[in-house]
Design a protein around this ligand. Structure first.
Ligand code: KIV
Ligand code: ZN
Length: 530
């Protein structure tokens, strides 16, 4: 990628689907990744790092689907310096409007000695070969010296120079273990610029982890030192304590633009919605006091603050909630709203829904609208993520009965529609009503799924709020996650469970088929020359 014409523009490189997806317990399927990528495009990020294609067929498929289906941002695939990694990354991203290969190798001695078990010379050679190999495929190649902030800056500079000589168009400096401090990072980058003046001609990027809570501060320090790309993730998810949080970087530059002079092309009004979508699909809640997107980020508790804000909002608010799209309750549908009004409300949310998908959405909307006075934009979003995903093949929760009392263990009976249309029934007496439903679903489907995580949230406030549940479960070593939405928590829980089960069973059967194919191949006698 060429540098933006305006030296004050900061590129947002979103790694929610790569580094973010490496967070423990997150397992997004292709459809979910595509949904997030489409929302990231609406948010206006410059680069989507869609995954690490060599790591699994699922990752490859998701990166390819994003490259083929998402317009606007550059789509990047991550690769170690190995030829096979770079080939996989290229094959996954090559259909994108603007593809990128991002290759990396560590430059810190601690990684070179203990993890790579090699030498500095070999690292130089690998970096050179990797960038050269990637450049045979495309122009846009990013190179990262991993663990750079704990590495010898002079050696890192030599490796960066090699990558530049081979044609790297972006050099990204990672604080891989979240160790650096802002003043130290600035000094490090200044030294790097001094050793490698060619860095001024390309885009310098920063990638900071949050182990000491400094990811955003360090990224900002990087910008002050001259970097013009920040690698970040929605809600700050990522390895260990996570990455720099996208929404904080974007709103920091937006709010303090007058003083700093830097800006991004992100559409800030899409921030809240992107945060909710990522939280919903990953099952990672956003802490209430999280900057910018937390439930309390714009709430005022103390009387003095409330009084001030009522008189003049800016007395205690440095950002306007509407700037980050926290006015999502402005779209309101009622019980008498028709199909057209629903379609229009969805279009206002940026979702073009028609045909069978609109019928499904309308049916679910009517069910909810019967129980809830007003259906808001946030309700619609939750409903859509719950209802309109095409996971194939899918079980459906048809009905359930739960007998619960404080004197007897609860007993549940369920009816589940199997992918082939058959209605399966099962029952179970559990420790609690939710446990009874989950185990009755296991009994109906003849599976031995084990619950790993269960979460309940209210979509909006009020007594008739929709309940949103997230389930992560495991079936013979593979996990599946699902969400369910209803005004009835038990129904929402049951829906989430069958969705998670459908995903896990699908993955299990794909893995079983792959294992069987490998075993068959191993069993074939090698053909000997006569
Ligand atoms: O943290 C890190 O160093 C990374 C690299 C792959 C850029 O994620
Ligand atoms: Zn990282």
């Amino acid at each position: 990628m060429t540098k933006p014409d305006d030296p004050n523009q900061v590129l947002i490189f979103d790694t929610t689907l790569r580094d973010g997806e490496q967070s423990p317990g997150i397992s997004l399927n292709t459809q979910e990744k595509l949904e997030i990528a489409q929302q990231l495009a609406r948010l206006g990020v410059d680069v989507i790092e869609a995954g690490f294609p060599i790591t699994s067929p699922g990752d490859f498929e998701a990166v390819q689907a994003i490259a083929q289906g998402v317009e606007g941002p550059i789509v990047a695939g991550l690769a170690r310096t190995h030829v096979a990694d770079i080939d996989a990354a290229w094959n996954a991203v090559k259909d994108a409007e603007r593809p990128r290969i991002h290759t990396f190798i560590s430059t810190s001695d601690i990684h070179i000695r203990h993890q790579l078990q090699t030498t500095r010379e070999d690292v130089q050679g690998q970096a050179r070969a990797a960038v050269a190999h990637a450049k045979q495929y495309l122009d846009d190649v990013e190179f990262s010296p991993m663990d750079a902030t704990r590495a010898d800056v002079e050696f890192t500079a030599e490796v960066c120079q090699i990558a530049l000589d081979e044609g790297a168009t972006t050099i990204n400096i990672p604080d891989t273990v979240g160790y650096t401090m802002p003043h130290e990072f600035t000094a490090y980058l200044e030294q790097l610029y001094a050793f490698v003046p060619d860095l001024h001609d390309i885009i310098l990027s920063v990638h900071c982890h949050d182990d000491l809570g400094l990811a955003v501060a360090n990224s900002f320090a990087g910008l002050l030192a001259g970097a013009r790309q920040v690698e970040c993730a929605v809600n700050g998810i990522g390895e260990r304590a996570g990455n720099a949080s996208l929404e904080e970087i974007v709103m920091l530059l937006h709010t303090r633009r007058g003083d700093v002079g830097l800006y991004t092309a992100a559409n800030t009004k899409e921030i809240a919605r992107t945060s909710r979508l990522v939280s919903r699909l990953t099952g990672y809640p956003v802490q209430p006091n999280k900057a910018v997107v937390g439930r309390n980020a714009f709430a005022h508790e103390s009387g003095i603050h409330q009084d001030g804000v009522l008189k003049e909002r800016t007395t205690y608010e440095i950002m306007d909630a509407t700037t980050v799209g926290l006015d999502a309750n402005s779209i309101v549908l009622g019980k008498h709203s028709g199909r057209h009004a629903l379609q229009q409300a969805l279009a206002d949310l940026g979702l073009e829904v028609s045909g069978q998908a609109l019928n499904t959405a309308f049916k679910r909307f009517k069910e909810i609208a019967d129980k809830k006075k007003h259906v808001t934009a946030m309700d619609l979003e939750a409903l859509l993520t719950d209802e309109l995903r095409e996971e194939i093949p899918t079980y459906q929760l048809e009905w359930f009965d739960v007998e619960a009392s404080s004197r007897r263990p609860p007993h549940a009976r369920v009816g589940v529609r199997a992918p082939d249309g058959e209605e399966l029934t099962g029952s179970f007496t559990g420790d609690g009503p939710v446990d009874a439903i989950f185990r009755a679903i296991n009994a109906a489907t003849g599976t031995d799924a084990r619950l790993r995580e269960f979460r309940v949230d209210a979509v909006t406030g009020g007594q008739d709020a929709l309940g949103e549940t997230s389930v992560v479960l495991e079936v013979r070593g593979v996990t599946g996650s699902g969400q369910g939405v209803s005004t009835d928590i038990l129904e929402a829980a049951g829906r989430a469970y069958v969705r998670a089960l459908s995903g896990a069973l699908h993955r299990r059967s794909v893995a079983d088929e792959a294992e069987a194919a490998t075993a068959d191949a191993a069993a074939v006698e090698p053909v000997r020359a006569p």
